[in-house]
Design a protein around this ligand. Sequence first.
Ligand code: AMP
Ligand code: MG
Length: 488
Amino acid sequence: MTTGFELPEEQEGNKPPAPVAPDDVWGAPPPTDLPPAHPPEEEAPVAGVPPTQAELAAPTSASAPLPWEPTEGAEPGGPEELRPVDLVRKWILDSVSVLQPIELPLQEAQGCVLAAEVVAQLDLPPFSSSGMDGFAVRASDVAEATPQNPRQLRIVGRVAAGQQPDATVGLDEAVRIATGAPVPAGADAIVPVEQTSLQGEGVLVLAPVKEGAFIRPAGQDVKAGGLLVPRGRRVAAPELGLLASAGYSSVLVHPRPRVAVISTGDELVEPGRPASFGLIRDSNSFTLFGGVRDAGAEPFLGGIVRDDVDELRETVLGLAIRADCFISSGGVSVGERDVVKKAFFRRAEIDFYKVAMQPGMPQGFGMIEGKPYWGLPGNPVSVFVSFEVFIRPALLKMMGRHDILRPEVTAILETDVSGPKEKTVFARVRVTRLGGEWHAASTGPGQSNLISTVAKANGLAVVPPGTETLPAGTKVRVMLFRALEDDG
Ligand code: AMP
Ligand code: MG
């Protein structure tokens, strides 16, 4: 499935190569104070392709209207209302914007989406050059040459790669030339060195060559003014090489969002520290760090925040200058210590709601200082699934990416999968391809604290609402969250 997000018409174009002051470059380790985070584009027009994707790709605004119908019998917006997964995702995607383009050095632009097309300022290659070591000649002078009856030419100069020819080629003359060296004026072909033999001041040519032979003409690859890379293309190795060969050292791209990751909970300890009885290790920070980076965005850990409303508010607001968005885990339910909800609910900055899904039911989403904030539940599997379902696609949209949803396959279940009938169940499975068909086997029980069941899986089987149990042998949709070639 793909989503067609179109980039805005009005954009500053890619300019001819311009040096980038090292100070202007953010990228590698984020500095502790500045630079300010990337502002979103004024408007991020999006255009849908197939209908379901078109829904996701509706115009963006920071306060998108809520797209769901209230659950029957439940008070709208009340605690019993269960919001459908697809609509929550659509609402979130509608609420986030593509980040404003910035100029990045080529190495840092890898993986980013070009915000403006790049055209060749000059012919590529920029001059006609030799494709062989040999002699630059006039083809008509050697048209009759054979090993028995070679043509003798006078060597009037030589040219190596990177040099300018020191002579032109006239009647019965040759210039010795290296691969990549500019073809001297007057010559219209190269005789490879293998078809010659040196004799005194001259060279014997043993075979004829056609006009143009072994000459790589200027502009053969791309003509001056021609398109090098279209807008919307994700910069990968081939684009980096092409842009460099055309002289670009930096390009205008949508930057990687910087994502502040925060864990909340009095019970949490960092993995490297001793955990006394009753405490648990903060795993969510690392799950989210990996997921964010894997999506191509730039995570940074905001640390563990105790279940203290003021501490959380202070931490989040303190991180705002260097973050484009926030993800916290824990503290979004209705318990005594549900600190995220307490910190942000009253000012209505974040909407807290229940999603008709398992795992991951209680969620929060909204804008803090105009930047997306996701408040995820604390259970490690809920965190992983919520990230995959809601946050990863939104981060991809912010980066101007077009294919924002994970690939899906239809697989035959090898084990029963069950869950509450009214919810979409995301079951951890391992898919394999057997005899031309996909098979999916559960990697363990469904409880949302069992993080090893995620590590064993490569997909999430989606059991739609209305179904309590999908028995072994039935077909199921599976979102693949690992590239199969990486799945050792
Ligand atoms: P909460 O949503 O804060 O009520 O947390 C739900 C469950 O997830 C509790 O058992 C927490 O201890 C656990 N939990 C919360 N945050 C984390 C975290 N960062 N890493 C691992 N487990 C967590
Ligand atoms: Mg908690």
